[in-house]
Design a protein around this ligand. Structure first.
Ligand code: HEC
Length: 127
């Protein structure tokens, strides 16, 4: 009986790792972040976070590919938070990345950080 329980937990964890943005398993917070991202960020960063949004294609510095885990693992959550809040220019990145402090409060920005992070885990699960 005990073994079965452990197996069930392992199975649940495996399914959790395969979490796909297309499957509406998000907590309410992430759902809001998803909507905010789709409305404000996807035009540059792309719906799948790969930096392939239509408005991003024309920029001199292409928007960051959030599914690039190697690249994104170099950035701390604080750094991502500050970039979103203060814009690219405030952290030495492209000024084409706008500041969002007027549009979103700190909680919403924190949720966007979490949302941006899941593009990397989503890609890992698909490998
Ligand atoms: C007008 C196009 C545009 C829009 C809209 C935009 N971004 Fe960006 N973003 C960029 C560009 C360009 C960069 C800089 C890429 C680089 O220098 O590597 C960037 C960089 C970033 C980074 C990288 C931060 C780091 O330190 O690695 C994050 C995170 C980010 N954007 C999140 C967002 C979020 C969240 C939104 C929506 C609220 C958003 N962006 C909207 C263009 C945009």
């Amino acid at each position: 009986m005990r073994k079965k329980g452990v197996f069930a937990i392992a199975a649940a964890l495996t399914c959790g790792a395969a979490l796909n943005p297309a499957i509406p398993l998000f907590a309410a917070d992430l759902r809001a972040a998803h909507d905010n991202f789709a409305a404000q960020c996807a035009k540059c960063h792309g719906d799948s976070g790969r930096g392939d949004g239509p408005a991003g294609a024309a920029l001199p510095v292409r928007p960051r590919n959030f599914a690039d885990c190697t690249r994104m693992s170099k950035e701390s959550d604080d750094r991502i938070f500050n970039t979103i809040k203060g814009g690219g220019a405030s952290v030495g990145l492209s000024k084409e990345m706008p500041p969002w402090s007027e549009a979103f409060d700190d909680d919403e920005i924190r949720q966007l950080v979490t949302y941006v992070r899941q593009f990397c885990s989503a890609q890992r699960a698909n490998k």
